[in-house]
Each structure stands twice: as structure tokens, then as C-alpha cells.
Design a protein around this ligand. Structure first.
Ligand code: ZN
Length: 324
């Protein structure tokens, strides 16, 4: 990624300095919106002001209420889907927070919808900035950006509780979906851990259901964003796909095509996407998962990743045209 990124910087500068910047190349001009700023504020609030958000704890509730209020302010008429589960003999209560955008242009017969989701809980170690305040930030910035936009499908933003205790929120959400809702969901896009990893990735379902990955890669290429996919070095996780360790899993299991955005490094450690960085190994689930550490050890990475993922997700909202 460092090499790609360096080449991109040189390329952009060459265009700007050679004076050939025209309307057709405006995507690399200084007029570009500053993606990631809003995402950063939410990431900071969740990880610094609230801190660790363990499933079933008061802090998880605080984070859920924060997201609920943000969605309300943006006009998404949020709802709270409460659920309970038992783990190691203890019964806990958590909740999914859901915001819905009904598109007036959605006059298509099968009324398609897309689901964008991420978990807002964290483990007790660290502050859960990378895992997973970052994704909440990117989704809330996207929700703000597309608030008044007319799309050809409905959008449901689902913020899952209790992911870290066994994907509880997403499992529960899928268990409560009607067949009608499953049928009209053309894709579920999961976001998890966007800040720390050396490289930025998009994954998709195997086969034809992997179209969201290919669309995201195409968007990134046009924008000069160094988004890649799992190279498939490890035969357990074929190229372009990933494992079932996050909130996309239940949706994929239900036959819904998925996309998944993440930052990590598939070329190191056990080449299973778990070792995120060459410099410090894993960041998630360690005390290093906080903004101060990430900004000190990886200067510019937090802002760059938030900006890149937000720009890609917002562009996806415009470019998703596939209707089953
Ligand atoms: Zn996570």
C-alpha cells in the first residue's frame, strides 16, 4: 500500500503542477469535499468520550443512544431493536439501532433495499477506536451526505450491539427479518475496523453475489484510492472473499449478497487478515486501540482511512444500480 499511495501522490501532483487540470479531471482537484471530518468527530466521541463499550454495559447503552440521537437529527426516524442472550451462564441485554431511508424514487416493483451495518460495541481492552467506532463514524457521515439524495432503493442503517460476544446483534437482526425483507435486500454492506490496518480492503460474497466488491474496486480505481481485496494467499479465504468473523456472516448465510470494508494486512502473520500491521501486529482488542496511539504510531493514517472509506461508501450509494 505504501508504494501505491506514494505513486498516487506523485500522479496527483503531476496533474496539478503541469497545468492540465480541466473539468474532466476535477475529481483530483482541490474542490473535492473533505471526506472523513464528520466520521472523525463520531469516532472521537465514541472512543474518547464514552470509551470501551462492552456488550450489555451502561457504556454500550450510551453509545446506542448517541447513535439513535444522531439518526434522529438526520431525519431517519430511528428505532431500537432490543434482544437478550446468554453467555457463560449470564443473560445480557443489548440492542440494534436502526435508521431507515425510504426513497420516493423507489417505484420499482420489488422495492429493493440495501443494508449498511456495523457493530458499535467493543471489547473491554482499549477504547475501540479502530474496532469499531471508526465504522460508526463513516456510516453516520454517509447518512448525513445522502440524507436528501434521491436513490432508487431504500437504505437501512443498522448498528449492531454485542458483536464481540458472538455476533449477537446481527444474528438477531437476521432472525427477525421476514422473507419479504430478505428478498428485497439486494446487498448488505458491513464495515469493521477501518483505522489501524496497513491496507484498505473490500470483500464480497463468492461468485456473482460478490458484485459489491467489484463495484467498490472500480470506484476506488477511478478515484485513485488504493483499495484492494483479499489477495487469496491463504487457501482458506479465496481471493476477494473473507471469513465469517463479523456482522456480514448472518446475512451471507441467509443468501443475501454482502460487501465488507476493512483495514488490515493479508500478507503478514498467518495470512488470515488477523495481523493488522507490520509495525505493531494486532491493534484490535489491545490497549493500543485508541486514537492517540494510532495517530502517534501511524501519522496521517486515521484521517486518510476515514476519508477514503467515506468517499467510497458515499459513491457506492450513487452507483448501486443492480436490482434483482
Ligand atoms: Zn469489530
Amino acid at each position: 500500500m505504501l508504494v501505491k499511495k506514494f505513486r498516487h501522490v506523485v500522479f496527483s501532483s503531476a496533474i496539478l503542477f503541469s497545468g492540465v487540470l480541466t473539468v474532466s479531471t476535477s475529481s483530483v482537484s482541490a474542490e473535492k469535499p473533505e471526506y472523513g471530518k464528520v466520521a472523525y468527530q463520531h469516532t472521537e466521541y465514541l472512543s474518547e468520550k464514552i470509551g470501551p463499550r462492552v456488550a450489555g454495559s451502561p457504556n454500550e447503552v450510551k453509545a446506542g443512544n448517541y447513535i439513535f440521537n444522531e439518526l434522529k437529527q438526520l431525519g431517519y426516524q430511528p428505532s431500537k431493536q432490543t434482544f437478550s442472550y446468554t453467555r457463560r451462564g449470564t443473560t445480557k441485554t443489548s440492542a440494534n439501532i436502526i435508521g431507515t431511508k425510504i426513497s420516493k424514487s423507489n417505484k420499482l416493483k420489488n422495492n429493493p433495499q440495501i443494508i449498511i451495518g456495523a457493530h458499535y460495541d467493543s471489547v473491554s481492552v482499549g477504547k475501540g477506536a479502530d474496532d469499531n467506532a471508526s465504522s460508526i463514524g463513516v456510516i453516520l457521515e454517509t447518512a448525513k451526505a445522502i440524507q436528501k439524495r434521491e436513490l432508487h432503493y431504500d437504505v437501512k442503517f443498522v448498528f449492531f450491539g454485542a458483536e464481540e460476544e458472538g455476533l449477537r446483534g446481527s444474528d438477531y437482526y437476521v432472525s427477525q427479518m421476514s422473507q419479504e425483507e430478505k428478498d428485497r435486500t439486494i446487498v448488505m454492506i458491513n464495515l469493521d475496523s477501518l483505522l489501524a490496518g496497513d491496507n484498505i480492503y473490500v470483500y464480497g460474497s463468492p461468485g456473482e453475489d460478490g458484485w459489491l466488491r467489484d463495484l467498490a474496486l472500480d470506484i476506488a480505481q477511478k478515484k485513485g484510492i488504493p483499495l484492494g481485496t483479499n489477495p487469496g494467499i491463504n487457501p482458506d479465504y479465496p481471493q476477494g472473499t473473507t471469513g465469517d468473523w463479523s456482522d456480514h456472516a448472518a446475512f451471507q448465510e441467509a443468501g443475501i449478497p454482502i460487501g465488507y470494508l476493512e483495514a488490515t494486512n493479508w500478507e503478514i502473520g498467518d495470512q488470515d487478515g488477523y495481523t493488522q500491521t507490520v509495525k505493531h501486529g494486532e491493534i484490535w482488542h489491545t490497549e493500543n486501540d485508541n486514537l492517540a496511539f494510532l495517530e502517534k504510531e501511524f501519522p496521517g493514517r486515521v484521517e486518510t482511512h476515514l476519508s477514503q472509506f467515506t468517499e467510497i461508501l458515499i459513491q457506492l450509494m450513487s452507483d448501486i444500480k443492480k436490482v434483482q
